[in-house]
Design a protein around this ligand. Structure first.
Ligand code: FMN
Length: 141
């Protein structure tokens, strides 16, 4: 069942989501509760294969563990997180996003989950973070 990564990029344009926000919501543990159509298209899944799955369904093996640790440390403190993420599609190809994640509260002020919006990454930033993350991963091995 594991997806074999292919070293081939899919851009927002390739996926037909140019200029569209890429939205997902999770519960407190990171289980997906909502995705918009643009998210599903970019990740290469039908929506129903994403809802109820852990958000790491699109985790790419090139991503350093430390990035996600910092992400969770930040949002669990009820702060907003922003960062660059390389994601794995269902077909094994990858796509880059700049992600913005923050907690969601109900009307009583109880935290009920998280929401994230993502946008396109420039070619320069993709190259920059490919190399930063490669170095970070080498240190994690
Ligand atoms: C709202 C929200 C959005 C997330 N978006 C992504 C994402 O786009 N890609 C990703 O790899 N992880 C994302 N994560 C982090 C995953 O929950 C997970 O921590 C990460 O994929 C690493 O997997 P692991 O924690 O099993 O090591 C998101 C988490 C939350 C709460």
């Amino acid at each position: 069942m594991a997806i074999t990564p292919i070293n081939e990029e899919v851009t927002f344009e390739d996926a037909g989501v140019k200029g569209r926000p890429i939205i997902s919501k999770t519960d407190l543990k990171g289980k997906i509760t909502f995705v918009n159509s643009a998210f599903a298209k970019l990740a290469g899944y039908p929506k129903n294969e994403l809802i109820g799955k852990p958000h790491n369904i699109i985790r790419h093996p090139d991503m350093p563990k430390a990035v996600f640790k910092e992400l969770w440390d930040t949002i669990e403190k009820n702060q907003k997180w922003r960062g660059f993420v390389k994601n794995l599609r269902k077909d094994g190809k990858y796509y880059w996003v700049e992600a913005f994640i923050e907690p969601v509260f109900d009307e009583n002020g109880t935290k009920i989950g998280y929401i994230s919006a993502r946008k396109e990454v420039s070619k320069e930033d993709k190259e920059k973070y490919e190399s930063i993350y490669r170095e970070m991963r080498e240190k994690e091995l």
